[in-house]
Design a protein around this ligand. Structure first.
Ligand SMILES: Nc1ncnc2c1ncn2[C@@H]1O[C@H](COP(=O)(O)OP(=O)(O)OP(=O)(O)O)[C@@H](O)[C@H]1O
Length: 463
């Protein structure tokens, strides 16, 4: 509780005079003032303030302020005892810049509050208000962009498939999300390595910290070091290396996803190993050591063991990265997931293209199941997209995929899709003890879709 100002204590008359002068001064220089008691009734209002509010002083004296100014904040000041130092207040059809302060008695208790209108015309403040508005807008924009960039695009539910292989992948990834050790994702192109990396990040304690991805294969070797470790200001490094933070620094506190780690040149492999061991490094052209806390998720489609034998990949780096390893199954080894994948991908493509989602006829499914899919889910998505764009049919049939280039048939015989799907549905229904809603949830589909699929596969729906 603040004490009354000591200088006034022995001079009550002076205090009163000063207060009166203060009010008079404010009324003249500013746009008037107003005082309320502890019941928020008006005990004083200047002519000018009354004019600004569009009221007559005699009409409002003694009244609770909200009876003529419903959005007044004076009660808040009286109740909390806290001033509201600057606020733009809309009243009487125009904006006032108002300062409100509590009035305290000798014992420090709040006995009322006073308000001063500093300006009734915001023109003098316009440069500040404009600048403030502009900065606010810039800040909001930057925050939105940062949040978007940092938000993981995928979670575990984005990884589609309920085959045993897909479920095992998700189980391992969920476990990895809760740990801090490096993760190595292995799998052919298009099997969802990047998707899983995002999901691991989003499912762990670093979720609200940055997720930074670097595709090692996409960056020229000469620029990789600067890309990873950054360039210090003032470093003489040539035109293409302006001072900037490296990916390690940007990912501090979060996750750094190193895609195509097998493409990393040997010189950088040693440096990466050092950072993994010590969690510190020096930006290019700097003698300052930066300490970071970064979780590494690396991915590769290459045979790293063969590369080690050929001396192209460091064994010690491999051991360092190969702590939690997740092998992503190729599509042809989980062809039972094809119907689920197609259904979701068609929906996703439809959404992207602003077109209604399409179905896939059983004949089309048989054709797709017979392919080897070297490009995996990405290739499947491309094939579906092309077929969708070329046809108006609601249900895509075999003919819509007639243009597919010939390809060696996959090891699995074509008839097995229906079997695999039937087994999958039966397993889910059994696991849900015959509860179809629960089985559908486990499969990640709606109940109606489940009934439709069961009917197509000749499974009886028991109600
Ligand atoms: N299980 C899955 N469920 C849904 N979408 C998937 C799945 N696997 C892959 N995809 C989709 O396939 C595309 C390729 O996936 P992603 O980029 O994660 O693969 P990748 O293994 O990192 O490929 P690359 O090695 O070529 O970089 C993405 O559009 C992704 O959303």
């Amino acid at each position: 509780m603040p004490k009354p100002l000591p200088i006034f204590q022995d001079f009550p008359l002076l205090k009163q005079q000063a207060a009166q002068q203060f009010f008079a001064c404010f009324d003249e220089l500013a746009e008037g003032c107003l005082v309320v008691d502890q019941d928020v009734r008006v005990v004083m209002i200047s002519e000018r303030y009354a004019a600004n509010l569009g009221v007559e002083p005699s009409d409002v004296l003694g009244r609770e302020i909200e009876t003529f100014l419903p959005n007044s904040l004076m009660r808040q000041v009286v109740v909390t005892g806290k001033p509201i130092l600057l606020e733009i207040f809309e009243a009487g059809g125009h904006a006032l810049v108002v300062t409100r302060m509590p009035v305290r008695g000798e014992d420090g208790r709040v006995v009322g509050a006073m308000a001063f209108a500093l300006y009734s015309d915001l023109e003098p403040l316009k440069p500040f208000v404009d600048r403030y508005g502009q900065l606010q807008a810039e800040l909001a924009h930057a925050r939105r962009r940062l949040a978007e960039a940092r938000r993981s695009k995928y979670t575990f539910s984005s990884f589609l498939g309920t085959s045993p292989q897909a479920m095992e992948t998700k189980r391992l990834a969920r476990r990895a999300a809760l740990l801090q050790a490096p993760v190595l994702l292995r799998g052919e192109t298009g099997t969802g390595k990047e998707l899983v990396a995002h999901a691991i990040h989003a499912g762990g304690p670093r979720a609200d910290r940055p997720f930074v991805a670097v595709n090692v294969a996409a960056i020229p070797e000469t620029l990789l070091e600067a890309e990873f470790f950054g360039v210090a200001p003032g470093a003489y490094t040539g035109a293409e290396r302006k001072p900037r933070p490296g990916k390690f620094e940007l990912a501090d506190g979060g996750t750094l996803f190193l895609d195509e780690i097998g493409d990393m040149p040997p010189s950088l492999q040693s440096k990466l190993l050092r950072v993994l061991q010590d969690q510190e490094f020096e930006p290019l052209g700097s003698n300052r050591v930066l300490k970071v806390d970064v979780r590494i998720i690396a991915a590769t489609s290459r045979n790293l063991e063969a590369m080690i034998r050929e001396g192209r990949f460091r064994r010690d780096l491999f051991y360092r990265l190969n702590v939690l390893t997740i092998a992503l199954p190729p599509l042809r080894e989980r062809i039972g997931d094809l119907p689920t994948l197609c259904e979701h991908l068609l929906e996703r493509i439809g959404h992207r293209e602003g077109a209604p989602a399409r179905d896939l006829g059983p004949d089309a499914l048989e054709i797709l199941a017979a392919r080897a899919w070297p490009g995996n889910v990405r290739e499947l998505e491309n094939v579906l997209e092309q077929a969708m764009l070329a046809s108006d049919a609601h249900t895509l049939g075999a003919a819509d995929f007639a243009g597919l280039p010939p390809e060696a048939p996959a090891p699995a015989p074509a008839g097995s899709v229906a079997d695999a799907e039937r087994r999958e549905l039966e397993a889910a229904i059994a696991a849900a003890s015959g509860n179809y809603a629960e089985a559908a949830r486990r499969l990640g589909i709606g109940r109606t879709t489940l009934y439709r699929r069961m009917a197509r596969l000749g499974l009886e729906v028991r109600r």
